[in-house]
Write a protein that binds this ligand. Structure first.
Ligand SMILES: [Zn+2]
Length: 127
């Protein structure tokens, strides 16, 4: 059940669109107030602010940045697989990832069974 050329092209367009949107959002957030740091970090380092409140904002910013950076990296990895080959193939078992799964999650790198197995493994051995 491999992807057709039309499906692959549509997924590539979708991936690039998601990537550009996310990159623009990250750039905007990082340049808030003309500072190349999240606003929460700037406030936390700044004098005369309530440290607990600033810390909460900092933690939120860093959690958001960490998450968005991972998503960005996944999108880039998927685009790379799309250009060099391997897109739509599960990185664990080498089987085809069903088109419906890719349409819902264009950056998916594994089939459902392998992803669930990997998640079970992570729960058993938390980092
Ligand atoms: Zn698999």
């Amino acid at each position: 059940m491999s992807l057709t050329t039309a499906q692959t092209q549509a997924l590539g367009t979708d991936l690039r669109r998601r990537r550009d949107l996310l990159a623009a959002e990250l750039r905007e957030r990082l340049h808030t107030s003309g500072q190349d740091v999240p606003a929460g970090l700037r406030d936390y380092l700044g004098a005369g602010v309530d440290p607990s409140e600033a810390y909460e904002e900092l933690a939120d910013d860093l959690a958001w940045l960490g998450h968005e950076t991972i998503v960005l990296r996944r999108l880039d990895a998927a685009l790379r697989r799309l250009s060099i080959g391997g897109y739509g193939t599960c990185i664990y078992c080498g089987g085809d990832i069903p088109p419906e799964r890719l349409q819902a999650m264009p950056a998916a790198e594994s089939c459902v069974a392998c992803q669930e197995a990997a998640e079970r493994e992570r729960r058993r051995h938390p980092a």
